[in-house]
Design a protein around this ligand. Structure first.
Ligand SMILES: Nc1ncnc2c1ncn2[C@@H]1O[C@H](COP(=O)(O)OP(=O)(O)OP(=O)(O)O)[C@@H](O)[C@H]1O
Ligand SMILES: [Mg+2]
Length: 206
């Protein structure tokens, strides 16, 4: 039996990691073998690439380097973790996936979406998620949450508001064009949003 790949997407601070863990705990309690993983990272090699990408000392990284580092981490994650887990029939919950590249590098930095789609499909070997939940939140609110979390030193978190507005719009555009995607209002409380996510997952995948 094939497993299922659920991806949570959205701008920095919208609540992806919080909701991924709640979703994982829910399905574990129900007895499903569930794997949580994150991008960039999720493997020994990928976590090293993540450190390079998020290191404030690397603020002069060019866009091409950034695209290929994300793709490199993703290729390793798919080959080493996601694909084998799906083949074992497990539920995989992934904190960001290919749409992050389209939203940040495409809509945010203006790189051709066609090119990014090619890089993505090379990295994933064509693997697509069964369900993508986009957590939509205003840029203002997401920056407030990030400040509260007090991790403001990551390179990406110091980008300007306009950049994040483009990324948010990118996610909404992508979601509109795909029937595997659902947009949810991430300004809800953690508990309410978890309930909404559960209904979508139950309705779409079970
Ligand atoms: N629905 C919510 N309402 C209020 N605060 C929230 C909500 N969801 C998450 N938070 C808080 O906002 C902060 C960011 O949440 P979280 O780390 O889950 O976001 P993220 O999308 O994973 O961010 P990043 O993209 O930086 O990894 C955390 O401090 C978290 O506790
Ligand atoms: Mg997170």
């Amino acid at each position: 039996m094939n497993g299922k790949l659920i991806v949570l997407e959205g701008i920095d601070g919208c609540g992806k990691t919080t909701q991924c863990h709640l979703l994982k705990d829910y399905f574990m309690k129900k007895g499903y073998k569930t794997v949580y993983t994150r991008e960039p990272g999720g493997t020994f090699i990928g976590e090293q690439i993540r450190n390079i990408l998020l290191d404030a000392k690397n603020s002069n990284m060019c866009r091409g380097c950034e695209v290929f580092l994300y793709a490199a981490a993703r290729a390793q994650l798919v080959a080493e973790k996601i694909k084998p887990s799906l083949q074992k029939g497990e539920l995989v919950i992934c904190d960001r996936f290919v749409d992050s590249t389209l939203a940040y590098q495409g809509y945010g930095r203006g790189i051709s979406l066609e090119l990014l789609n090619q890089v993505n499909s090379f990295a994933t070997n064509g693997l697509m998620p069964d369900l993508v939940i986009v957590l939509d939140l205003s840029v203002e609110e997401s920056l407030k949450r990030l400040k509260k979390r007090s991790c403001g030193s990551d390179r990406l978190e110091r980008e300007n508001m306009l950049f994040y507005e483009s990324v948010r719009k990118g996610y909404l555009d992508i979601a509109r064009s795909k029937n595997t995607h659902v947009v949810l209002d991430a300004s809800l409380s953690i508990a309410e949003l978890h309930e909404r996510i559960l209904s979508v997952v139950e309705e779409r995948l079970f």
